[in-house]
Design a protein around this ligand. Sequence first.
Ligand code: ATP
Length: 888
Amino acid sequence: MPRPSWHAMKAGEVAGYLRVDPARGLDEAEAAARLEIYGPNRPSAAPGRSAFARFVAQLFQPLVLVLIVAGLVTTLLGEWVESGVILGVVLINAAAGFMQEGKAEAALLALARAIASEATALRAGMRRRLDATELVPGDVVILSAGDKVPADMRLLGGKELRMAEAALTGESTPVEKHLAALAPDTVLADRSSMAYCGTLVVGGQGTGIVIATGDNTETGRISRLIAQTADLTTPLMRKMNAFAQRLLIAILALATLTFVIGMLRGESFFDMFMAAVALSVGAIPEGLPAALTITLAIGVARMAKRRAIIRKLPAVETLGSTTVICSDKTGTLTENAMTVREIWTGGETFVVTGSGYSPTGSIEEGGEPVDEATILRETLLAGVLCNDARLVHEERQWRIVGDPTEGALLVLARKGGLDEVTLTSIFPRLDELPFDSSRQYMATLHELEGARIIYLKGAVEKLLPGCSSMLDRQSREMPVDVAGILAASVRMAEAGLRVLAMARSVVGADQSLDQVRIDGNLVFLGIVGMIDPPRPRAIAAVRTCHTAGIRVKMITGDHPGTAMAIARQLKIIDDGAKALSGRELAELDDSALRTAAAEVDVFARVEPEQKLRLVRALQANGEVVAMTGDGVNDAPALKQADIGIAMGLGGTDVAKEAAAMVLTDDNFATIEAAIEEGRGIYDNVVKFITWTIPTNAGEGMVILVAILTGSPLPITPLQILWINMSTAILLGLTLAFEPAEAHIMRRPPRSPAAPILDRKLLWRILLVSLMMLGASFGLFKFALSNGQSAEVARTIAVNVFVMIEITYLFNCRSLQRSAWQGGGWGNPWPWVGSVLMIALQLAFTYIPVFNEIFQTAPIDMQDWGLIALIAFCSFVVVEMDKRWQSRW
Ligand code: ATP
């Protein structure tokens, strides 16, 4: 069946075609039946890169190519065992990398999908929030600013609807939507009567009928063509790749040099070639790329467990360098559980009792409950009518659906004897101007006995300038007392209350909300003050951030007084500190803003658009900025910040799309936890590198020194491969599971420009490499001089090498502190890995097949004693080095 040209049909025709009443939506039974037919609204899993392509990619890494060449040449030379093992190792390495990378990729994709998308649909006449996967063709969906369009839709109605369609058309400027039917040949980008799945609503509101879901949507059809892959590269990995390239050139140069020197000394071509191979094979850290990916993947999974979902992998590293967190107040630092405590109207102050969302409690004046609250009526009424929240009583619990600020007003009205359900039916709503952080107020238009009345609620500073009169005690209009109102609002704000003003305007019967102007025609009704207590975990998290050298800045749309009071409770600021308001901020030029951004920690009445300037000013000061946001207008600042953080519960899809990290609990404490994990992950990468390089450097040096001194090789190329493969997997990788060290949040943030290995670690790597060289070379020579065979001497050399790696692994569990202050039993894997490694070494030494392949031979107890002693000494030396370094 050809697809109908939906955009060319009238909205009514589309509804008829899809058998739905646009005013009621589908019934649940019909929706369920259609879900059976069309399937869930999600693109079926797109094919990733083919397994074969991924496997081949593993082989085409420069370090691996060297091994392949070495394997092929040894084959040509007829060294079957050598070539077999070398090529075997190449395959094992590729298979391990292939599997681990595949797992990491799948885990990241799964996380990206875990951020569930919801949609508001009309079902059987009721608005319902549902999982976007439940939508079916014919569903009537309501779109508002910030939403990601959940399916392809023909628009039915809308107001100032603007969409960002870059995901589909590549065009980044938002396009306006209209409802009129278009010519059938209109191209996709110009179909203004349609909304396409995956595009973003950046302004206005609208409704539409779903015409296609899942794979049948335009984006579904495209995304099936493009393979989905998670980007697994980060700045650190790019740095490491560049390092690997340089390392390779150096190793090849050194191998060639060894070969030439050996030949000049008259050694055989074959021996020298094998020595050059041994050197390259030894010095190449084959395990490094896989270890990086795995450490990052484990870290990302750990963060997800702590409720921070990483959307962009580089954020994991940047988190560890964060120096400033700019956080919203409401819901992130505070509970977002609002309770009205005070009302001021007609010059009188009323106190509200009760707590939470339960409507038990009363409104009191001078300690006495107010019964017939005529004076309060208009303020309460405005709060109820200009309201999109619902109060529900379920399982003996009161709960609100919608914005807590609005929910608190419904509870308040009930305490004053007004019931929102009755009131909304008496005063039907004709139109609305939804709340928006930039506008800072909300307005609704109501019908009342032939007249029309607008109720408004919002920030005092926004509504008050538009008021010429206010209500007195008897609810009569009198000239507005600006000073009295401001004094009352400042008093409430300074007590930490969130302040909201109510106003109304009676308008002509032909007036609509589009024409509403706040210019002196409003009647001021009253103000309410509600508490929103700080989250206890946020208080602790702010303290931890401060000890970790991270500044916390509150950036809020709320009143400066409220912001300061809450910031003081959270200990973000001390008593003497000052706040900067959005208006003051607007007057600062860029350089003055840089100074202010450095000095001030509370920014109040800030419009979302100003957050972008603030992030830029902080970045110009050299800060690494994490910034939270939830609305559409926050998206530019989230993109600009080094780490944009979106709210998983209260945030819009637009903000989530722009963010590098999403908090599934909207809690500030989660940001602090993610930073701790970020620092831990980076530490683990550095620990792995510090552990692995001495092995490679030590092995390279063993070969080099042997050739330069004309000695037989203490370790053969095959044995080197054995050491590298078995220890990287059994020992090195266990460091990826190390928990963050206890003192990690008492350190200052890491500078992003700092090299991966500092001078202290470079020195340690050199020290351990030399110890490995000395121990293996020394014991090899010692055994030979005692008349042992070359096989026995080599077996001793390999064993001492591996045992030092084991003890050094325990050294590396903490790079600065003593080994016991590292992960301890919190990470059992180093212990498990060490036991397995020792078992493997016993096999390597005593089992005949191994002896055959690797040219090893059983060794005596005495030799083991010597090996253990040397390994223990190396452990002690490194621990002493740490102590000594701590005094640098
Ligand atoms: P943050 O940016 O920290 O989340 P916030 O939630 O207090 O702070 P906004 O939601 O932008 O910031 O609110 C700013 C102001 O707008 C509030 O101080 C209040 O006066 C007003 N306001 C908040 N919610 C509503 C609402 N639902 N209806 C009308 N006005 C509101």
